[in-house]
Design a protein around this ligand. Structure first.
Ligand SMILES: C[S@@+](CC[C@H](N)C(=O)[O-])C[C@H]1O[C@@H](n2cnc3c(N)ncnc32)[C@H](O)[C@@H]1O
Length: 323
């Protein structure tokens, strides 16, 4: 069964959107970086920093990963959603998202499952933009926010980032998709170096070079408010040169917590790359509303980097601190 593009959230009318805009406006008056954390809406899911499993590939020994090739970027390996559809009953599913997405045939269940098990199309737009722009990531600290499969962070890791943190709402996504994908790609690097002839389906625990690569990664789950609190408890406060975030502005309720993460965790000279559809039908969010939210807060400048006109319009934009 294929996952379908639908959202298990009540449809919003123009009237509710208008009300939300007013609520957002009320929420974000005086919103200024860390002080904004105090204005944030309710907690949804506690943040957790995940320790790496000994062999995160043990679940997928018999599954061939998909290879994603974009322009001159290194090929990226990843598990595709059919693996989860076929193996859901055998997997740890304490959040019950594997079972729910299958039975409800839904891409997203607001507050329960935020869509991280599939790769959304704006991730490909952002990868294409990175390919065109020739970004290398050497020496950069990177956060893949709302990472799902983690392809953006994995690319940064492969291209020399000093630190890559991956965050997703769901712990199941981090443990069963993001971490295995990072291992798959790290192992692939070792295989390239060692010119091994081992068939790709026979996966095993990572080698030394991969372990070093993984030392540069952190894995986090939970909602953005509690993720930010968890990071704020670290000394020194982590700062990122690059924050990637793809298909994360579909729900206006999350705008203030997302904005707070940008405010507090982006380095003063850093850049957020945000890839998004113009509008998310059935959910109500989209670039126009997010842009208005950002403008009202007057902290970041938005620049359009890439527009895709086919079908539903999509965009890649950057956010940098106003100087
Ligand atoms: C539609 S998925 C996109 C996944 C991936 N970035 C992609 O493009 O394929 C949205 C992602 O945003 C994250 N997300 C959405 N709302 C969130 C919230 N309130 N707190 C934390 N993460 C959230 C989820 O982790 C989810 O993976």
């Amino acid at each position: 069964m294929a996952f379908s593009f639908n959202f298990d959230i009540p449809l919003r009318t123009e009237e509710t959107n208008d009300k939300e805009n007013k609520d957002d406006k009320a929420k974000c008056v005086d919103l200024k970086c860390s002080e904004a954390s105090a204005t944030v809406s309710k907690k949804i899911k506690d943040a957790v920093e995940h320790q790496l499993l000994l062999d995160p590939l043990s679940h997928i020994e018999n599954w061939m990963p998909e290879t994603i090739t974009i322009g001159a970027l290194p090929p990226l390996l990843c598990l595709n959603e059919s693996v989860f559809e076929k193996t859901a009953p055998e997997r740890e599913d304490s959040e019950e998202i594997l079972a729910k997405t299958l039975t409800q045939n839904s891409d997203l269940i607001s507050g329960v499952y935020e869509g991280g098990l599939k790769i959304w199309e704006c991730t490909y737009d952002l990868l294409e933009y990175i390919d065109d722009a020739g970004e290398t990531f050497a020496g950069k600290r990177v956060l893949d926010l709302g990472c799902g499969a983690g392809l953006l962070g994995i690319l940064a890791l492969k291209r020399g980032a000093t630190k890559v943190d991956f965050q997703d709402y769901n712990s199941t996504v981090i443990e069963q998709l993001t971490v295995p994908n990072v291992f798959l790609n790290c192992e692939e690097d070792d295989e390239n170096k060692e010119k091994s002839s081992r068939p790709p389906s026979k996966r095993k625990a990572p080698l030394n070079a991969s372990e070093k690569l993984l030392d540069r990664c952190g894995f986090f789950s939970g909602d953005w408010n509690s993720f930010l609190r968890l990071m704020q408890n670290k000394t020194p406060l982590p700062k990122y040169d690059i924050i990637f975030t793809s298909e994360t502005i579909y729900n206006t309720d999350y705008y203030s917590s997302l904005h707070n993460v940008f405010c507090d965790l982006l380095d003063e000279n850093g850049i957020v790359y945000l890839a998004t559809k113009s509008h998310y039908f059935g959910v109500g969010g989209g670039l126009h509303l997010f842009e208005k939210f950002v403008e009202r807060n007057n902290v970041f400048q938005i620049r359009y980097l890439k527009d895709v006109e086919q079908g539903l319009k999509r965009h890649v934009v950057s956010l940098t601190f106003k100087k």
